[in-house]
Design a protein around this ligand. Sequence first.
Ligand SMILES: Cc1cc2nc3c(=O)[nH]c(=O)nc-3n(C[C@H](O)[C@H](O)[C@H](O)COP(=O)(O)OP(=O)(O)OC[C@H]3O[C@@H](n4cnc5c(N)ncnc54)[C@H](O)[C@@H]3O)c2cc1C
Length: 468
Amino acid sequence: MSPLDALHDAFGPAACLRAEADIAPYAVDWRGVYRGQPVAVLKPASTAEVSAALLRCAALGLAVVPAGGRTSLCGGVVPAADGPPSVVLSLERMNRLRAVDALDNSLVAEAGCTVESVQLAAAEAGRFFPLHFGAQGSAMIGGALSTNAGGIRTLRYGNARDLVLGLEVVLPDGRVLDDLRRVRKDNSGYALRHLFMGAEGTLGVITAASLKLFPPLVVRETALVAVRTPHEALRLLARCQASGAELVAFELIGRPCIEITLRHGQNIRQPMELSTEWYCLVEAGAAHPALPVREALEAALMAALEAGEAEDVVICESEAQRRNLWDIRETFPTCSRMEAPGLPTDTAVPVSAIPAFLDAAAALIAGGWPEGRMVALGHMGDGNIHLSLQAPPGTAHEDWARRGAGFEERIGEIAVELGGSFSAEHGIGVSKRGAMAALKDPVALSLMRAIKAAVDPAGMMNPGKVLP
Ligand SMILES: Cc1cc2nc3c(=O)[nH]c(=O)nc-3n(C[C@H](O)[C@H](O)[C@H](O)COP(=O)(O)OP(=O)(O)OC[C@H]3O[C@@H](n4cnc5c(N)ncnc54)[C@H](O)[C@@H]3O)c2cc1C
């Protein structure tokens, strides 16, 4: 019996896909950039089945690529094109909520629950799960933790890893690390769970997570503020933070991004006259209706206007207005692709260095790619600006990718020179392994290699990803 027949026999047709058409969606990443052919797709339905799958794959010499919602942007979720024979291990059938505890403010979700379904379950229990990003309807908890996803609320609640109390992980040798804790304090040695978050499936398979919940935000006040420069945006951020209006989000949006969304988005209304080059989407929130969020935010925004540090302010009067502002922000990635090809980046710098980062990026583009246009927006409150080099309309994607060679790497170098990171929230996958080799501290890299060798000595967990 061939190794594949053995797998098929062990898992049955519902949990072991082998037909070309069934496997095809797992052989390409969300952007259609990375391709790698798995020999089979396994869909275990329980932790015990994941354990059995890893044991069998190890015995058969097959590498394992874990998969969640397959929305990651760095190519980590498809087998490496030049790697060993691999199976994709999809967690999509492990989508049960194991527990919700409003008193502990915790929820235990299996890895295949979508981020959105966890938000909804938390809301049903009168609680709030704050992780929020554009792909949340498809992205799954296991994938979000494995990439340590960020999103718009990192400013207040932290990244995905900050929302975790404990994990259940199946190790490459089939053992189960049962660390599904709900306690808030546990200083009993190394915080092992953090090894698996951000590991992008290279150390084991996350099968479930105990997640932190928060009081729901019953008041939200949202505003769009026109500023002339990123420096003014920085001062506005400081004003808002000092105002007492607890910020939930603070996004910086370049004018071209709003124009592009107005051109291609559906049912998007122009929120104000576009008189400046930069806009701040500011949201503050509180868990009790009597808290004076609006007063505090209004006072900060009016002070900025009076100081000449803001040009115009719109404070939302309705949920429809608020939704419109967030639609502008959240539909931009899709609208941008309709406008022209772009070379997106994902870096972070200390918040105070954002103006210097944007100046350096503009100078880089003017010097190296004068035919391109800088479009920038991002999570200013946590220093993560997504900057893209956009091609002139009509340019073919492949042509622009070729002409833009080196751009993403240079932006990563600028971020690192300013004390930041070449990978803010999307991870390393395949696309940033070169940057890992060039820019990551060598001591950190050697520690990572030692951990990988200790946990996965045969190198069968998602080979060709993360580590250069
Ligand atoms: C439109 C759009 C908007 C986005 N916006 C944001 C954003 O604002 N912020 C942000 O951080 N990201 C964003 N992303 C990127 C992406 O959604 C996140 O990286 C997300 O966390 C990936 O989750 P997933 O379930 O799709 O993971 P997948 O793509 O399935 O997998 C990601 C990686 O994790 C590994 N993996 C998956 N599941 C497991 C598991 N159970 N155990 C071990 N390893 C596993 C995979 O092997 C792969 O290496 C966006 C993507 C899109 C398409």
